[in-house]
Design a binder for this molecule. Structure first.
Ligand SMILES: [Zn+2]
Length: 317
């Protein structure tokens, strides 16, 4: 067979590939030979010349070549598949490695936080013990007994230890506040800076100098107008003249304890008012049954006078 331009010659010329040979597979020419000797002839023609090349190949060789081509194609496809698979695995490995490094860093950070938290709990435990001792209370359970060693259970046990400490510290705080309130409402010291001119108990009558009488408080002498202070936290239950006391203030504290301040020149509180220890309630004077400027100071338990000096040594909170 002979082609001047080939079956695709027009197209080849149109797209500028006229110099390139086109391979044309002809309809295999069946040789009228025995079956085993069949040949396939291929004719190659170029569009630029009339030169024609032809070659024949035995059908078995053609099948072998086709088989070889198929095997090669399969090998290439399989190779590409394995290559892709390897790349995917490699990417997964790199991702896992990166994740592992990240987790290591996080773990290190957690370890540091854990150590810091443990130190803080130990510090709070020490304070709790000291406060418990001052409040005369039993200390909280040792943190070391509650906190295990390592692992996630340690974090849980540390939480329990922290909860336990918080509860204990709250209890100690309540106890100490209660103690402070109780101490603040117990008379302590004396109401003015002066000197004791007459004590509690039986004494000679200061006016007639004859006969004896029971003196229910202390007389503390000071300059006229010296500020008079409450000796404890309490409630003003009297703030007015009261017979021999002259201008008087009576404070109620707690547990049935009251204090009285007599002969004041001036009263500076009102009935029903709450006062704190050290608050001014009046000034030194000589009102009522008095021979000179002083404060008559009484402490009563359930309305019975007691020696105020029993309360002077109270430790101030
Ligand atoms: Zn007196």
């Amino acid at each position: 067979m002979k082609f001047k331009n080939g079956p695709y010659g027009n197209q080849g010329v149109a797209v500028g590939h006229s110099q390139h040979p086109h391979t044309l597979s002809s309809e295999p020419r069946r040789c009228k030979m025995s079956k085993d000797k069949r040949l396939y002839t291929f004719i190659i023609a170029t569009t630029s010349s009339s030169k024609v090349r032809r070659f024949s190949i035995h059908h078995k060789a053609l099948r072998l070549a086709g088989g070889a081509f198929l095997v090669m194609a399969l090998v290439i496809v399989f190779g590409l598949f394995r290559l892709t698979q390897h790349e995917a695995l490699n990417l997964k490995y790199l991702a896992a490695k990166s994740e592992n490094q990240k987790l290591k860093k996080e773990n290190h950070a957690y370890e540091n936080s854990y150590a810091k938290l443990r130190g803080q709990i130990s510090y709070i435990e020490d304070i709790s013990k000291e406060l418990s001792r001052q409040a005369r209370m039993e200390a909280a359970t040792e943190v070391d007994q509650q906190v295990g060693i390592g692992g996630p259970e340690t974090v849980i046990s540390m939480e329990k230890a922290a909860d336990s400490l918080e509860k204990k510290i709250r209890q100690v705080g309540d106890r100490l506040r209660g103690d402070l309130l109780r101490l603040a409402s117990i008379p302590s010291g004396i109401p003015i800076n002066g000197y004791i001119s007459d004590g509690y108990g039986i004494r000679r009558n200061p006016f007639s100098r004859e006969g004896r009488e029971f003196h229910e408080g202390l007389d503390i002498a000071a300059d006229f107008g010296t500020p008079v202070m409450a000796t404890a936290d309490g409630l003003v239950i009297w703030a007015a003249p009261h017979s021999g006391y002259g201008n008087a203030v009576v404070l109620y504290h707690s547990n049935g304890i009251t204090t009285r301040y007599g002969h004041l020149s001036k009263i500076s509180v009102e009935t029903g008012q709450r006062v704190r220890r050290g608050d001014q309630i009046g000034n030194v004077g000589s009102t009522g049954r008095s021979t000179g400027p002083h404060v008559h100071y009484e402490v009563r338990e359930n309305d019975q006078p007691v020696d105020p000096q029993r309360y002077m040594g109270q430790v101030r909170p």
